[in-house]
Design a protein around this ligand. Structure first.
Ligand code: HEC
Ligand code: HEC
Length: 268
């Protein structure tokens, strides 16, 4: 057997070592050093960063939304000014004549129907759109919104947004802990961090003075999944973790926060 000359094999080894070193170095530069300029580069961890630098589609590593979550709603939430730019208050007032028998002439209901007076316009618009698209189930409201155009919904939202809310009530019910501080151990953020008090997140309805029975029913529907039009499951995740007494206490508290004139369940 004729072996290769010693100097040749040494040259090859050197070349291979140099090549390996270059490969490692350029991978480090290409996958880690250069992409560092992106502010969220390491957000998903080292492996995710490398995959992203290599151009792997992010859907391979992030689980895709379940069908249920994709169906949840098609409405994206953006904060809107109190007077809704997209809607015509006058036209909304005319359309609202069909709504007064349940929601009250001034948007405050005398039965267990949600109040609409002073409700954030993006909330009224979204909820109506969700009924219309069957993302929120309620036979009556679905039938009523079916034939309304998007402009109709905006006009209605603008009309209700400018109606005065019922006056705030003096503190009569102690603030439940779940409202003011939540429960970190059960992953419950304080209600007040989204619904006002601490902070308000766009799309979170104004709850003060809503009928107690309505509020409790909605939370139970989120908990059971019967209502699932909340974006990213924000309310389902909260309601599922709540004990029945906590749901009732939160509903009683929010219902007591405004003086709703003719309301039979008005705070005593
Ligand atoms: C026959 C009674 C009735 C009429 C008429 C009616 N609604 Fe409703 N509405 C309800 C009930 C009951 C609910 C609560 C449904 C649920 O549990 O999802 C509701 C819910 C809503 C909500 C959701 C509120 C929230 O806080 O999530 C909006 C918005 C709304 N209605 C707007 C309207 C508008 C606008 C009209 C007129 C075009 C109208 N409704 C006519 C009974 C009625
Ligand atoms: C992370 C933000 C967030 C937190 C925390 C939160 N909510 Fe909500 N809540 C929302 C959003 C957003 C909606 C509207 C979802 C939709 O479109 O269906 C909502 C809807 C609701 C509704 C339905 C109101 C209506 O008129 O349709 C009730 C009732 C409610 N929340 C009560 C609570 C209570 C009580 C708590 C505390 C235990 C709480 N929420 C905590 C964001 C939040």
């Amino acid at each position: 057997m004729k072996t290769a000359p010693r100097f040749a094999s040494r040259g090859v080894k050197l070349a291979l070592a140099a090549l390996a070193a270059m490969t490692v170095l350029s991978a480090l530069v290409g996958f880690l050093w250069l992409p560092r300029v992106q502010p969220d580069f390491m957000q998903g961890g080292l492996w995710d960063a490398i995959c992203r630098a290599a151009g792997v589609p992010s859907s391979w590593s992030t689980p895709s939304l379940s069908q249920e979550d994709r169906d949840a709603t098609r409405v994206a939430m953006v904060p809107l000014p109190a007077t809704y730019a997209g809607g015509d208050v006058g036209r909304g007032g005319t359309l609202a004549l069909r709504c007064t028998m349940c929601h009250g002439a001034r948007g405050v209901s005398a039965s267990d129907v949600p109040n609409l007076a002073g409700q954030y316009p993006e909330v009224v618009h979204k909820q109506l759109l969700d009924y219309k698209n069957a993302h929120r189930a309620h036979a009556l409201m679905q039938a009523l919104s079916e034939n309304l155009s998007d402009q109709d919904l905006r006009d209605l939202a603008a009309f209700y947004a400018q109606l005065p809310r019922p006056a705030p009530a003096p503190e009569s019910v102690a603030v439940p802990a779940v409202v003011s501080v939540g429960d970190p151990l059960r992953n419950i953020a304080p209600c007040a961090s989204c619904h006002g008090g601490i902070d308000r997140k766009p799309g979170s309805p104004w709850l003060e003075g809503m009928p107690q029975a309505y509020l409790a029913a909605q939370m139970r529907q989120y908990a059971s999944g019967a209502r699932r039009n909340d974006p990213h499951g924000v309310m389902r995740n909260v309601a599922r973790q709540m004990k029945p007494q906590e749901i009732d206490a939160a509903a009683r508290y929010y219902a007591s926060r405004a003086i709703v004139g003719a309301h039979p369940e008005a705070p005593r």
